[in-house]
Design a protein around this ligand. Structure first.
Ligand SMILES: NC(=O)c1ccc[n+]([C@@H]2O[C@H](COP(=O)([O-])OP(=O)(O)OC[C@H]3O[C@@H](n4cnc5c(N)ncnc54)[C@H](OP(=O)(O)O)[C@@H]3O)[C@@H](O)[C@H]2O)c1
Length: 315
């Protein structure tokens, strides 16, 4: 294949005048909606949010007949999922089911934790299975240990997990299978069960990479863009059914996933990596207290990623 010098701009790549003007209109439109949104938030949402200081907020939307909190964590063996688990282990009257791709990994994590106040069980759940397998596994766990009041879908894979991981058909297919198909199968199976009962909380981990789509994360960022969009829409559709859906869009968090990225020469400064404990605290607060559709953490990175969405398509 002939080598292409990407530093040289071909005349074909210079944007046309009509395309450039279209992009300027897009920028004007983005500024107009951003201003309208800012003033609506300032004048309507901010005063409304202040009423939370004066009215008691229900911690759980569970019926009074259910006394035990039952929490399912998908991807609890390490990283962010493990830190969610640690948020619940000291709670009495709580059952936790911690799952991961392999039962050995999740069991060795539980052994390391030692005795817990909450009733902790381990199970295997591989999100790369077929839609039917994942759905049956979720229903079976709910029958055995549920009904689940809380579900955290944290599992995910990225390009950085394998040392030589670049991108292409195989790696993209694997990521679609776990991050998209597996996530949708587990979340919708759980949603159907919770909808029938009229209560429940579902928290799903997307990513800020899905907001601004960095080209060097083409496959991962695309799967996470799907998760971000799917779950923010599901929150609206689920609202009348009594099921609360929260989307998490983490920035850079210090876990196995990003350790590989750093080993591969990532230029992101070490100070930018947030601790998974901090994110887990934010996720639990959003699940327990409500009133938050999206969790961005570290907040500064989320703010920048949303701002980057306003860049016009030729930038
Ligand atoms: N770290 C970050 O900076 C960052 C940023 C944005 C979003 N996220 C997202 O946060 C989530 C957790 O990431 P992390 O950083 O905590 O990564 P991690 O430390 O690599 O943990 C990933 C978890 O997913 C599980 N998993 C992987 N493949 C699976 C499969 N086929 N079926 C079921 N479970 C599977 C793993 O289980 P095993 O231990 O059995 O492999 C592990 O529990 C992911 O969805 C990731 O995309 C992370």
């Amino acid at each position: 294949m002939p080598e292409v010098d990407i530093t040289k701009l071909s005349p074909r790549q210079i944007p046309s005048v009509s395309y450039t003007i279209q992009n300027m209109w897009i920028s004007i439109s983005a500024m107009t909606f951003a201003m309208a949104s800012f003033f609506f938030t300032l004048c309507v949402v901010l005063p409304l949010s202040m009423t939370r200081f004066f009215i008691p907020i229900d911690k759980l939307s569970m019926p009074e007949t259910e006394t035990k909190k039952a929490v399912l964590i998908i991807g609890a063996s390490r990283g962010i999922g493990f830190n969610i688990l640690k948020q619940y282990i000291d709670e009495p009257d709580t059952a936790i089911v911690a799952t991961s791709r392999s039962i050995e990994t999740v069991r060795s994590m539980a052994i390391e934790l030692g005795d817990t106040v909450a009733d902790l069980r381990c199970a295997e759940l591989d999100l790369s299975g077929t839609r039917k397998q994942v759905s049956e596994a979720i229903k079976s766990l709910d029958r055995q240990y549920g009904p689940f009041s809380h579900v955290y879908e944290v599992s995910g894979i990225s390009n950085h997990v394998k040392d030589h991981g670049v991108w292409g058909l195989d790696i993209t297919g694997e990521m679609i299978s776990v991050n998209v198909a597996g996530t949708v199968a587990s979340v919708l199976s759980m949603y159907d069960l919770m909808k029938g009962r009229g209560y429940g909380k579902i928290c799903v981990v997307g990513s800020i990479a899905g907001l601004y789509s960095p080209a060097n994360m083409i496959s991962y960022a695309s799967t996470k863009a799907f998760v971000n969009n799917f779950c923010t829409s599901l929150r609206i559709l689920a609202a009348p059914t009594g099921v609360d859906v929260i989307t998490v869009q983490p920035g850079f968090i210090d876990t196995r996933m990003t350790k590989h990225m750093r080993n591969q020469g990532s230029t992101v400064p070490g100070t930018e990596f947030g601790e998974p404990e901090g994110l887990a605290e934010q996720m639990k607060a959003a699940m327990e207290d409500g009133g938050r559709g999206i969790v961005n953490w570290p907040v500064r990175q989320g703010v920048v990623a949303y701002g980057l969405q306003a860049m016009n398509p030729s930038s």
